[in-house]
Ligand binder design. Sequence first.
Ligand code: SAH
Ligand code: F3S
Length: 444
Amino acid sequence: MKMKKKMYIKTWGCQMNEYDSSMISGILKQRKHYEITNIPEKADILILNTCSIREKAQEKVFHQLGRWKYLKKQKPDLIIAVGGCVATQEGKEIKKRAKYVDIIFGTQTLHRLPKMIDLSHKIKKTIIDITFPKIEKFDYLPEPYIPNISSFVSIMEGCNKYCSFCIVPYTRGKEISRPCDDIIFEISLLAEKGVREVNLLGQNVNAYKGNTFNGKICKFSELLRLIAEIDGIDRIRFTTSNPIEFTDDIIDVYRDTPKLVSFLHLPVQSGSDRILKLMKRSYTVSEYKTIINKLLNVRPNIQISSDFIVGFPGETEQDFQDTLTLINDIKFDISYSFLYSPRPGTPAARLADNVTQNKKKQRLYILQNLINQQTTYWNKKLLYSTQSVLVEGVSKKNIMKLSGRTETNRIIHFTGSPDMIGKFINLKITDYYRNTLQGHVIES
Ligand code: SAH
Ligand code: F3S
């Protein structure tokens, strides 16, 4: 029997990159009969899916490639492929600096990998395709094979918002929505295979505007309602949405549709109107609060999480205090906070900055402390309550336990039996750690 070729995929960055990597592995499995290996030395192709959202992304890529170069010396037929956001931005530079790289592909051309691999076997030159072919990528999604109980479903890509600090519009391209019927078809298929929860994925899901079979445009709120109709799908999540375009019709879906979870990640970035303006976020703190208040009106138990950027150029002590005030007001749940990192080519990278790195780090520390306190507040509120938990599988931390998620996205570990996997179980919360909960079954 012929041995199957092996692929090793290293992924950095966001859920979109994770999703793309699963798409790459699906495509190469179906069209080139590769199988996954976790050992780079055993691979016939090494794939690096890169991220450029923060830090010195470029150098990190060259360090990794430098390590793989030695593997290629031992195995000259080995293919090295680099994709993702750094490849899209710096493709030509990679070709120049790392001549041993065989394939450079972009965020929108990963479906062309099988052809690029064929070509690479024929010509011994770096093959590069980092173009933005319109929507083509969605037509090549591999069929979902062993889906998890909770599955990501890509509904749109790209971003047109051009926040002044952000690289995404340059690396992911313009907003493109997948046709509505394709999404409904995929989710129905997932439901048939046992999926109970979908997490709709996109850089800006609430900007979704997909074509329907009868030539109309389906908005995000309409898409949510259609998905809620699918038998077997009992929970709907999405990530990430933006306060811009978080319109009342979406809030109405929260009012009408219990399948849409009482949890929302809605990145605010800063609590200072002055900074929000410099960031080109197009909303004010008061507009953000209005959205949250409307949501609380229809869903009093909804929990909100956010992203924050600390140390944006010129952030004053007052700006920072305003962010802390907003955090206190909203009582955000588990949130993500980052030190501002200038991204080459973005407008904010040209702004004058008089805040020292030390000061920025101090502020980040203070902000993270406050968020942690609030996470504990929410954990305490959950203690001894009963929660409906979708059981996802065996706990990664302890194989004697199962794990699942509450509606508010908290991971919970508990003792149970394997037949509970894929079901909703009522658990009593008995203890909490910083980001996870402990519980015991009260009813199945
Ligand atoms: N579409 C999402 C953001 C995607 S990027 C939104 O609308 O908010 C994910 C997060 O990375 C952002 O929310 C932001 O907090 C952070 N981020 C993006 N660019 C950054 C930069 N240059 N420096 C620090 N953090 C950044
Ligand atoms: Fe980035 Fe702003 Fe879009 S943070 S992904 S440019 S909404």
